[in-house]
Design a protein around this ligand. Structure first.
Ligand code: GDP
Ligand code: IMO
Ligand code: MG
Length: 426
């Protein structure tokens, strides 16, 4: 029997989804991105090389794996071609890469609008990656987006006419330059020609291959707390990174999904604005930031640092339907004397174990911590759970106890070899 396994971020993104997707993909036949766009930055390290992917799924390094950009994505075609070119130069031919004909195209005007909207918000700034993600999803929902099938067929000019009617009006609201349809069309039609060979009906393909007992790995971008429905709204992205997004963004029905692996840092980080209950700023936070190289893959911004928050993790378990956790960057905590785990919040003097919907309430939540002794040993060479220092084992066991989810993978370094597998996934 083949299996459908989901890799999903449980926090605010950058948990190490790329590393684990690449690792697990070795036993998969397909790797599918189901949402987001090039706001994502996924890092993969093997054979002393580091690769950074934004649109392309993290299974691309293995010729035998088909990589799919699902219908739920917003795809900047210029960025896509650039990423493909970069990979080709590195020796990966990308012949194993396809785009859903139902995916949305992200154009330059989406990037312009992302920028001007962020500027207008001033204090309320979301701190987006300025890649045009919000405006592209807005057009999809407003039913004026352009899909890959239209972009790469004779419909393109006609679709553009309709879209630009609205887009030029919107751009004028911000005193931005109007788009000349013919100039725009001529530029993008050349790009569309280059994109066309990648565009196929991925939905039928995936569903047929599930019947053929193939292994499918779904790669989430961002994380549960950046989800448009479940995240710390409005400081979120404009898609559904969480488990439910898989079906919507790939056309694979929920009854086919077998496992959902939550990727979770051994601490917390967040890049961009918005509430972050366990955030702290001191020498230990700086130590974590420097040891974990906590700077944004896409925007290079320093990531904000916090302790592990199991209120968030349990919430993530619930909305994602997690079956296992992959605990990441545990090596970064080596050398910290006392580790803290947030087990509940105090809100207006009352202890709570849930994530309030109201952002002002979440801002008011004071984390209640449990303290655990740390360890000093370098753990990057540990190959099994048993080899870890006792205090590291205690830390892992305690997280399992609090969340009642098995920690099936422990990551002790960025390289693919620095991975402890406790339960085989495929
Ligand atoms: P993603 O967006 O979820 O794929 O994560 P990013 O690639 O943006 O950020 C994760 C960062 O942590 C990358 O620089 C990875 O190379 C690195 N990383 C992943 N796992 C580990 C680990 O176990 N230990 C250390 N030290 N770094 C890791
Ligand atoms: P990966 O896949 C971390 C954040 C931005 C901002 C908010 C909205 O690498 O984990 P957007 O550009 O999506 O409209 O920005 O979401 N954000 C991420 N943070 N990792 C990501 O992706 C992110 N993608 C978006 O910083 O706060
Ligand atoms: Mg990232």
């Amino acid at each position: 029997m083949g299996k459908c396994v989901v890799v999903v971020g449980t926090q605010w993104g950058d948990e190490g989804k790329g590393k684990i997707t690449n690792y697990l993909s070795k036993k998969a036949d397909f790797v599918v991105r189901y949402q987001g766009g090039n706001n994502a930055g996924h890092t993969i390290k093997f054979n002393n090389n580091t690769y950074k992917l934004q649109l392309i799924p993290s299974g691309i390094f293995n010729k035998n794996i088909i990589n799919i950009l699902g219908n739920g994505m917003v795809i900047n075609p210029k960025h896509f071609l650039m990423e493909v070119d970069n990979l080709k130069q590195l020796g990966f031919d990308c012949n194993n890469l396809f785009i859903s004909d139902r995916a949305q195209v992200l154009f330059d005007y989406h990037i312009t609008l992302d920028g001007v909207k962020e500027k207008k918000l001033k204090d309320g700034l979301i701190g987006t990656t300025k890649k045009g993600i919000g405006p592209a999803y807005t057009d999809k929902i407003a039913r004026i987006g352009i899909r890959m099938t239209d972009f790469t067929s004779d419909n393109f000019y006609e679709s553009l006419q309709k879209t630009l009617l609205f887009k030029n009006e919107e751009l004028s609201l911000y005193d931005e330059q109007q788009i000349d349809i013919n100039k725009f069309y001529n530029e993008y039609k050349e790009i569309a020609k280059k994109i066309k060979p990648y565009v196929i009906d991925t939905i039928t393909l995936l569903n047929n291959e599930i019947k053929n007992n193939k292994n499918i790995l779904f790669e989430g971008a961002q994380g549960a707390l950046l989800d448009i429905d479940f995240g710390s709204y409005p400081f979120v992205t404009s898609s559904n990174p969480s488990g439910g997004g898989v079906c919507i963004g790939s056309g694979v029905g929920p009854t086919n999904i077998n496992e959902v692996i939550g990727i979770c840092k051994a601490y917390s980080t967040r890049v961009g604005s918005g509430v972050f209950p366990t955030e702290f700023e001191n020498e230990t936070a700086n130590y974590i930031r420097e040891t974990g190289h906590e700077y944004g893959t896409v925007t290079k911004r320093p990531r904000r640092i916090g302790w592990l928050d199991t209120v968030i993790l349990n919430y993530s378990k619930m909305i994602n339907g997690l079956t296992g956790i992959s605990l990441m960057l545990l090596d970064v905590l080596s050398g910290i004397k006392t580790l803290k785990i947030c087990t509940s919040y105090s809100l207006n003097g009352k202890e709570i174990h849930t994530v309030p919907a109201n952002i002002n309430d979440l801002e008011k939540c004071i984390p209640i911590y449990e303290e655990l002794p740390g360890w000093t040993e370098d753990i990057t060479k540990c190959k099994t759970f048993e080899e870890l220092p006792q205090n590291a084992k205690n830390y892992i066991n305690r997280i399992e106890q609090i969340t009642s989810i098995p920690i099936v993978i422990v990551s002790v370094g960025p390289d693919e070899t620095e991975t402890i597998i406790r339960t085989q996934i495929f």
